[in-house]
Design a protein around this ligand. Sequence first.
Ligand code: HEC
Ligand code: HEC
Ligand code: HEC
Ligand code: HEC
Ligand code: HEC
Length: 222
Amino acid sequence: MPQIFTASADTRLRAGMLLLVLAVLGAGLFIGGYMDSSYATLVGWTRSQPVPFSHQHHVGGLGIDCRYCHTGVETSAEAGLPPTHVCMTCHSQIWTGAPMLAPVRASLATGKPLHWNRVARVPDYVYFNHSIHVARGVPCVTCHGRVDKMPLMRRAHPFQMGWCLDCHRDPGPHLRPPDQVTRMDWSDWDEHPQDHKLYGELMVKAYGIEPSKLDDCNVCHR
Ligand code: HEC
Ligand code: HEC
Ligand code: HEC
Ligand code: HEC
Ligand code: HEC
């Protein structure tokens, strides 16, 4: 039987197929790398804001609790951003003439709210709810990072699906007493990790959390 392919054609075919496989793998790696890169996930990025509001100053320095400004966080899905008059409870007394605060004064005068550029967002097809997380004692810092050390707000986590699911499948180790959720530097358990573990296990039972159901698609896609 005559050879259909010469030896060299066979080699070329093999080389060609190898290249194809490498190209597909490479594209996969490239897209995967892109999806995880900070460029796609926006982790660590700041955005320009009408006023350079500093959480480091107001939370870390002055010790103002998150709930003073993000009033919805315990009761509704949205944490909410503070209306201008909340800033003015202090800034009608301090830094009153500061040019930096001119947009805040203008907003109060005109009644037009400040337009903050959002940093922490999930896509519209994802349902998220703050109040349930806060009620169960999932701390702000777990999802938003050390806000008290941010001169400008940055995103701390990509909020990708896998990240939500990792906790939903085993929430125990992330829980702390609900009255401590806004504390950024809470470390009471650092020397007693066993207590933390025990607390988590107990509370998962006490709250009736069912990790096996918390990763159902319709929990977050409704
Ligand atoms: C409880 C009082 C209080 C509230 C409420 C408050 N601030 Fe301030 N803010 C201060 C004080 C005090 C300083 C001065 C901090 C310093 O210099 O150490 C300050 C400083 C600032 C500065 C100057 C830059 C800096 O961080 O030092 C800006 C800008 C600012 N605040 C914006 C705002 C905005 C916007 C709001 C509302 C969302 C707000 N503040 C709410 C007390 C407050
Ligand atoms: C004095 C008022 C004030 C306090 C206190 C405060 N925040 Fe904020 N927060 C703001 C303002 C104003 C913005 C919008 C501007 C910005 O992004 O910096 C904001 C934005 C945010 C954002 C980003 C929202 C988005 O999607 O853009 C997060 C997350 C956040 N705050 C978390 C916290 C946490 C956690 C605490 C407590 C540890 C806290 N904040 C305390 C006023 C406050
Ligand atoms: C389990 C993770 C998680 C916890 C815990 C959490 N957040 Fe959020 N936060 C998010 C997500 C996700 C978003 C984006 C929501 C969206 O786009 O609808 C967000 C958005 C925000 C925003 C923007 C405004 C809004 O309502 O969407 C603020 C402000 C905020 N969080 C503050 C807080 C504060 C303060 C706490 C603690 C008391 C807290 N968050 C706890 C995940 C969390
Ligand atoms: C660090 C832990 C943690 C992370 C991260 C987390 N969750 Fe949760 N989530 C919980 C806990 C705990 C509950 C309460 C479960 C219960 O009480 O049954 C919950 C409940 C929920 C609920 C309410 C379920 C219901 O039955 O009403 C929704 C919706 C939700 N999470 C969405 C999200 C989304 C979306 C993300 C990611 C952006 C996320 N969660 C990230 C711990 C977490
Ligand atoms: C705990 C919350 C949560 C649960 C449960 C969940 N998702 Fe998601 N899902 C998310 C979030 C958050 C995103 C947005 C990811 C992003 O922006 O990168 C997402 C994105 C998606 C997307 C868009 C493509 C992608 O991967 O970014 C699809 C499709 C999807 N989810 C399907 C599902 C299916 C099917 C299930 C059930 C097996 C499920 N999800 C369960 C939170 C959840």
